[in-house]
Design a protein. Structure first.
Lengths: 332, 277
C-alpha cells in the first residue's frame, strides 16, 4: 500500500456529446502522483487540463463517457457511484477553483461555508465545526479571521476569498489538492501570496498537489513534475527543471517562445512583437486522428497525421509524444 | 439606503402594498365585525342607495353591501393563499427535482407542464366542477392545479441558472449531494423570483375565483363572493348600476395592488433592475 502511488490514472479517455457530434476531450491520459508529490498540468485553453481535473472529481457534464482507470488510494473512481464520489470529494480530494468571486455562495457566511465540509464529512456539530473553521481561516492567514467568520463573500476582496476557498478545500485534510488556475483571476501581487500559501500548506500537510495553469512561471515555482497537454493528450511529461532545460516537443517549444518577456531587446528601435504559435487549437469535434499539433507544427511530415505518436524517452523520466524529435532537436 | 426606505420610495410598490394591506385588513376585520350579518336578508329595505345605515346601500335581497364586500375579501384571500400554496408546494418541488436530476426526469416534468399548460385555466376548472360539482373547494383545487406548471417552469429555469454557477460546482467539489445543494444553495438563491411570481399568481387566482363564481361554479350561496355579487348585479344593471361597481372595484383594486406589489418586489429584490429605472 505504501509503495503504491496516491493517484494512478491510466489511459483516461472522455467522450463528450457536443452540438457537432461526439468528441474525444481526453485521449488517453496517464498520471502517476505519489503521496506528497506535486504535479503541474499546463497547456492552452481547451487542451483538457480542467477536463482532467473534473474527471478526477467525477464532476464531468452529464452525458460524458469516461473510460480508463483512476485509482486514488487504490480505489477505482471510474464508474464509482455518486454516493461514493460524494464521500471522497471534499474529504480525500480538495479543490480550489479559478474564480474566487463566484466560487462562494453569496447568501452564506464564510464561516458557515468553511465549516460545511467538516459537518458533512466529519459529522461535527455546529460549535465544533465553527471552532475548526476559525482555525482553518487562521491557517490560510485570512486577516482578522475571528471577526470575518460572519462576513458574507461580497465583503471580502478577491485574494481573501481565495483564502476562504482554500480553507474549504483543506478542511478535511485531503490527500490530494487540485488547484485549477487558482491565481489566474487575482492581482499579480496577490498571486504570489496565494501561491506561497499553497506551497507552504502542501509542504506542511504532506498532501499531494495537482496544479493546473497556463502560466509557466507558476509551474516553475510550484511543481516538481510537469505534464504538457495539447488536444486532450499529454504530449510531454518530465521533471519541471528537465522540461524547462530541454524542451522536447514542438508545442512545448512554442509555448515557451510565446511567453512575454520583460526587457527583451528592441528590434529596430521598437519593442519586439510577442511570438505566437500559428493557427489555433482544433475544435474537439475536428480533432485530427494523428498528432493533435500537426496542423500548427513547423516540423510536420505525413506520418504525423497517421496515429497519435507514442511517448518517447528523451531524458531521465522525461518523455514526449513526437516522431520528429531528432529533427526538432537538431534545429535548436 | 435601507430596504424600508427604498420600498417606500418605490411608488408602485408603496401603492400596491397599501392596497394589499387594506385587502388583508378587511378580510381579518370580517372575522370580528361586519356592519350587518352578511347573509341577513331584509327584503323591505332592498336596493337602497348609500346611507348612514347602509354605507354602500343594499342589494336586491336587502343584504348590506358593505358587509358582503368585507366577508367576500376573506373568500378571495383564502382562494389566493391556498391555490398559490398548492402551486408552490407541487410546482417548486417538481421544478427543483427537474433541475437537480436533469435528463429524462427534467423532460418528463417539463412535458407534463406543457400538457397542463395547454388547457386554459377556466376550461379545466369548468371540467373539474362538472366532475365534482361546483363549490369553493373545487375552484381552489382547479386554480391550484393551474398554478403547478407555472411554478414548475419558473423554478426549473431559475434553478438551472443557479446549478450552472461556480459556487454549486464548488459545493459539489466539497462532496455535497444533489439534495443538500438544492436546499442549501439553489432554493435560497431563487426565493426572490418565487416571491414575485407568487404575488402575481395570487392576483391571477383572485381573478379566476371571481370569474368562476360569476359563472356560478365557484363559491355557493349563502357564502358571499365578489364574483357572485357581480353576477347578481348583472340583471339589475340599469336599475341599480352601483351594485356592479362595488364588487368590480374591489376585484380591480385587489388585483391592481397585488400586481403593483409584485412589480415593485421584483425591482427591489434585483438591484440591477432598480438602478436601470
Amino acid at each position: 500500500m505504501s509503495t503504491a502511488p496516491l493517484l494512478a490514472v491510466t489511459d483516461l479517455r472522455v467522450r463528450l456529446n457536443t452540438a457537432r457530434g461526439p468528441a474525444e476531450a481526453l485521449r488517453g491520459v496517464d498520471i502517476t502522483l505519489a503521496r506528497g508529490a506535486t504535479l503541474g498540468l499546463i497547456g492552452e485553453s481547451g487542451c483538457g487540463k480542467s477536463m482532467t481535473a473534473m474527471a478526477l472529481m467525477g464532476l464531468l457534464p452529464t452525458g460524458a463517457e469516461v473510460s480508463g482507470s483512476i485509482r486514488l488510494n487504490g480505489q477505482e473512481l471510474v464508474g464509482a457511484g455518486e454516493a461514493a464520489m460524494c464521500a471522497l470529494r471534499g474529504d480525500r480530494i480538495g479543490m480550489v477553483f479559478q474564480e474566487p468571486m463566484t466560487a462562494l455562495n453569496p447568501l452564506h457566511t464564510i464561516g458557515d461555508q468553511v465549516a460545511e465540509p467538516l459537518r458533512l464529512h466529519r459529522g461535527m456539530g455546529r460549535t465544533t465545526a465553527r471552532a475548526e473553521a476559525l482555525r482553518l481561516l487562521d491557517r490560510v492567514r485570512l486577516p482578522q479571521a475571528a471577526q470575518r467568520m460572519d462576513a458574507y463573500p461580497h465583503q471580502l476582496s478577491g485574494g481573501q476569498r481565495q483564502r476562504v476557498t482554500i480553507a474549504m478545500a483543506l478542511a478535511c485534510g485531503p490527500d490530494l489538492l487540485i488547484a485549477d488556475e487558482p491565481t489566474t483571476a487575482l492581482d499579480v501581487t496577490i498571486q504570489g501570496e496565494i501561491l506561497d500559501l499553497i506551497h507552504e500548506l502542501v509542504a506542511d500537510s504532506g498532501m499531494a498537489l495537482l496544479m493546473i495553469s497556463h502560466d509557466l512561471g507558476v509551474m516553475a515555482r510550484m511543481v516538481t513534475r510537469l505534464l504538457v497537454m495539447y488536444g486532450g493528450s499529454v504530449i510531454e511529461s518530465g521533471p519541471t527543471d528537465q522540461v524547462f532545460a530541454h524542451l522536447a516537443h514542438p508545442y512545448t517549444r512554442g509555448l515557451f517562445a510565446a511567453r512575454p518577456r520583460l526587457g527583451a531587446p528592441r528590434v529596430n528601435g521598437r519593442k519586439p512583437r510577442l511570438t505566437t504559435i500559428p493557427g489555433r487549437v482544433p475544435e474537439l469535434a475536428d480533432m485530427p486522428a494523428g498528432c493533435p499539433f500537426a496542423d500548427r507544427c513547423a516540423w510536420v511530415v505525413g506520418a504525423c497525421r497517421a496515429v497519435l505518436p507514442a511517448a518517447v524517452e528523451v531524458g531521465p523520466a522525461h518523455e514526449a509524444r513526437c516522431i520528429r524529435l531528432d529533427a526538432v532537436g537538431a534545429s535548436s | 439606503m435601507s430596504l424600508v426606505h427604498r420600498a417606500w420610495r418605490h411608488k408602485s410598490f408603496a401603492i400596491g402594498g397599501v392596497l394589499v394591506l387594506l385587502l388583508i385588513a378587511t378580510a381579518l376585520l370580517s372575522f370580528v365585525w361586519t356592519p350587518y350579518p352578511a347573509a341577513e336578508l331584509d327584503i323591505p329595505n332592498k336596493l337602497q342607495l348609500p346611507s348612514a345605515a347602509h354605507w354602500l346601500g343594499t342589494d336586491s335581497l336587502g343584504r348590506d353591501i358593505a358587509s358582503l364586500l368585507i366577508v367576500g375579501a376573506r373568500n378571495s384571500i383564502a382562494v389566493g393563499v391556498i391555490a398559490v400554496g398548492i402551486g408552490i408546494g407541487f410546482g417548486v418541488a417538481l421544478g427543483l427535482l427537474a433541475a437537480a436530476r436533469r435528463g429524462w426526469v427534467e423532460e418528463l416534468v417539463m412535458r407534463f407542464s406543457d400538457f397542463a399548460f395547454a388547457f386554459p385555466a377556466l376550461l379545466s376548472a369548468i371540467m373539474l366542477t362538472a366532475l365534482y360539482g361546483p363549490g369553493l373547494v373545487t375552484s381552489i383545487v382547479a386554480i391550484g392545479i393551474f398554478n403547478v406548471p407555472v411554478f414548475a417552469r419558473i423554478t426549473r429555469a431559475a434553478a438551472n441558472g443557479v446549478w450552472s454557477r461556480e459556487f454549486v460546482l464548488a459545493a459539489r467539489a466539497c462532496g455535497k449531494g444533489a439534495t443538500r445543494i438544492t436546499l442549501d444553495h439553489v432554493l435560497p438563491n431563487i426565493v426572490a423570483i418565487l416571491v414575485v411570481q407568487a404575488t402575481i399568481q395570487f392576483a391571477v387566482a383572485i381573478l379566476a375565483e371571481a370569474a368562476l363564481s360569476y359563472l356560478g361554479l365557484g363559491t355557493q350561496p349563502p357564502q358571499p363572493s365578489w364574483g357572485r355579487m357581480l353576477n347578481e348585479a348583472q340583471t339589475l344593471m340599469f336599475k341599480a348600476p352601483l351594485l356592479a361597481v362595488y364588487p368590480g372595484l374591489a376585484i380591480a383594486l385587489s388585483v391592481l395592488g397585488l400586481n403593483l406589489m409584485g412589480d415593485g418586489l421584483r425591482d427591489l429584490m434585483d438591484p440591477r433592475l432598480a438602478r436601470a429605472r
